[in-house]
Design a protein around this ligand. Structure first.
Ligand code: IMP
Ligand code: MG
Length: 171
C-alpha cells in the first residue's frame, strides 16, 4: 500500500484547519459534529488543534454507496432536537459524491442552528453528484480510493496513522 498523505502532512493540515477555525469561531458557541465512523480520528485531532472552546457530538448515518437512493439515508444516532444556540461545524472524513453530507446538512438545518458549515479532511471534487461544498477542506485529492486516519475499506485500515491509496493488490 502506497502512502499518499504522511502522518506529518496530516498533522500540518489539521493544524492549519484548527488555526483557521479558531479564528473564524472566536466568541461563538462552536459545536463540532462528527459523522461516524469515518470522522473519529480527524475530529479528535482537529478538536485538539483548536485554541477556542468547543463542544463535541456525533451522528451516525447508515452507510450506502453509489446506486442507492438518497431516500435510503437513515440517521442511526441523532443529536438533540434543537441546535439553536450553536454554531455547528459538521466534520467528516471525505466529501465524495456529496450524497451523505447533503442529506446530513438538510437534517441539521431543520434543528435551526445559529450557523452551519462543513469541514472535510479530504475532498474529491471530480466525484461530486450533489452540489455540496465544504467551507473547510484539508486537501483536495483525485479520484482514488483512500484508507487510513479513520477511512476504511470494508471496516479495515481505519487505524493507520497516514492516508494510503488502496490498490488492486489489497483487495
Ligand atoms: P458520499 O455520500 O458519496 O459523499 O460518501 C461519503 C462517504 O463515503 C465518506 O464519508 C466515506 O465514508 C465514504 N468514502 C468515499 N470515498 C472514500 C474513500 O476513498 N475511502 C474510504 N471511504 C470513502
Ligand atoms: Mg463517512
Amino acid at each position: 500500500m502506497e502512502i499518499f498523505i504522511s502522518q506529518q502532512e496530516l498533522a500540518d493540515i489539521v493544524q492549519e484547519l484548527g488555526a483557521q477555525i479558531s479564528r473564524d469561531y472566536a466568541g461563538k458557541r462552536l459545536l463540532l459534529v462528527g459523522v461516524l465512523k469515518g470522522a473519529f480520528v480527524f475530529l479528535a485531532d482537529l478538536a485538539r488543534a483548536l485554541t477556542i472552546p468547543c463542544e463535541v457530538d456525533f451522528v451516525t448515518a447508515s452507510s450506502y454507496r453509489d446506486g442507492t437512493l438518497p431516500g435510503a439515508f437513515e440517521i442511526l444516532q441523532d443529536l438533540s432536537s434543537s441546535l439553536q444556540d450553536y454554531d455547528v461545524l459538521v466534520v467528516d472524513d471525505i466529501l465524495d459524491s456529496g450524497n451523505t453530507l447533503s442529506v446530513m446538512l438538510e437534517h441539521m438545518k431543520s434543528k435551526n442552528p445559529r450557523s452551519l458549515e462543513l469541514c472535510a479532511l479530504l475532498d474529491k471534487p471530480s466525484r461530486r453528484v450533489v452540489p455540496v461544498q465544504a467551507k473547510y477542506v484539508g486537501r483536495q485529492i483525485p479520484d482514488a480510493f483512500v484508507v487510513g486516519y479513520g477511512l476504511d475499506y470494508a471496516q479495515q485500515y481505519r487505524h493507520l496513522p497516514h492516508i494510503a491509496v488502496l490498490t488492486d493488490e489489497n483487495n
